[in-house]
Design a protein around this ligand. Structure first.
Ligand SMILES: [Zn+2]
Length: 344
């Protein structure tokens, strides 16, 4: 279990994030995407024993593109939203052009030209937001990372990844709110936006379209039985996010299981009890190749290491907050440390 930063360290970290959002200068939305990318990768990756976390520039660029991927679709079928105070930011146009010929991220990552896009975005990160993010007025805060690359990695300072993990929900809410109001305020977006009620859903909502296509594969793999109660799935079942979407909104293949609609509904936004976690870990290890085939066929992104990382983070936080976890219809228990040996 990673060491929890002290309350005062977490508070200082959040104050730093708020100063960046409140006092930093924003000519484009890049800094928001960068902050969210750093927060997400802090959850999916494992920090080194000294508490630092190196993140490869290419990986950061990949996540940065993923965050913009849904946003570069034409808003309500009209125009792509502007993401900078001047004309459209050039990298947004590049990502939009890529998406126009390649509808899904999984397909895009398989194209040879993807590497060029990653390089372009990496260059943009270095020339724009990376070394400007921690500049607040004339003051340089430099609390997240040192301002140079080490072997093509941005290195989060000791304890920073742990703070992102502990305060993820707060950081995400702060950044998304600031990003939303930045996009709303840009004059060029006013004609596109009209009434803005669905903007938040458009920018940060779920991309659920591919879910149906993996349910057939999962039905086969689970031999027609519900993942949770092992009862027969007569109606085909529902694809469930093992780690609930409300806790971590990233669709990665290994997170999906097929369950009764009634089991899924009863589980709601809770984590599943350790007995289910054990089966989930086992399934992902034993059936790894079959799962990859299902995800590839459905053109769905997957990364088992990241899925395990997210699960570890979710259970760590649940244990710290003494959360209830779901056992079966109508039955919850308090999470204890039993889960820890399952996710090593
Ligand atoms: Zn069931």
């Amino acid at each position: 279990m990673s060491r929890l930063p002290s309350d005062s360290a977490q508070l200082e970290f959040l104050i730093g994030i708020q100063r960046i959002l409140g006092e930093g200068s924003f000519v484009a939305s890049y800094k928001y995407a960068l902050l969210l990318a750093l927060a997400e990768l802090s959850i999916e990756k494992t920090a080194l024993s000294d508490g630092t976390l190196p993140i490869e520039l290419d990986q950061l660029a990949d996540r940065f593109i993923a965050l913009y991927w849904r946003q570069v679709a034409p808003f309500r079928g009209k125009n792509v939203l502007v993401q900078s105070t001047g004309r459209q930011a050039s990298i947004i146009s590049k990502i939009a052009a890529f998406k126009a010929t390649t509808p899904t991220l999984a397909l895009a990552r398989g194209k040879r030209s993807w590497q060029r896009l990653i390089r372009d975005v990496g260059r943009l990160l270095v020339s724009m937001p990376l070394w400007k993010l921690q500049l607040v007025g004339r003051e340089r805060l430099e609390f997240l990372y040192d301002e140079h690359l080490v072997e093509m990695c941005v290195v989060l300072r000791p304890g920073v990844a742990a703070c992102f993990r502990a305060q993820f929900a707060v950081v995400q809410a702060l950044v998304q709110t600031a990003w939303l109001s930045f996009v709303q305020r840009l004059p060029l977006n006013r004609t596109i936006l009209g009434s803005m009620s669905d903007l938040s859903e458009f920018l940060f909502g779920a991309e659920r379209s591919g879910l149906r296509s993996i349910s057939d594969g999962l039905l086969d793999l689970q031999r027609g039985a519900c993942f949770y109660c092992a009862g027969k799935l007569r109606e085909g079942g529902e694809v469930d996010h093992f780690i609930p979407w409300s806790r971590y909104s990233l669709d990665l293949g290994h997170n999906f299981v097929l369950a009764h609609a009634s089991c899924n509904r009863d589980k709601r936004d809770m984590l599943a009890a350790p007995c289910h976690l054990a089966r989930w870990v086992n399934r992902n290890n034993v059936e790894d190749i079959a799962l990859q085939e299902i995800f590839d066929a459905a053109r769905f992104p997957f990364d088992s290491g990241a899925s395990f990382g997210v699960a570890k983070w979710a259970y760590e936080n649940a244990e710290k907050s003494r959360a209830l976890v779901w056992v079966s219809r109508g039955q919850d228990v308090r999470l204890t440390g039993d889960w820890r040996g399952l996710l090593v």
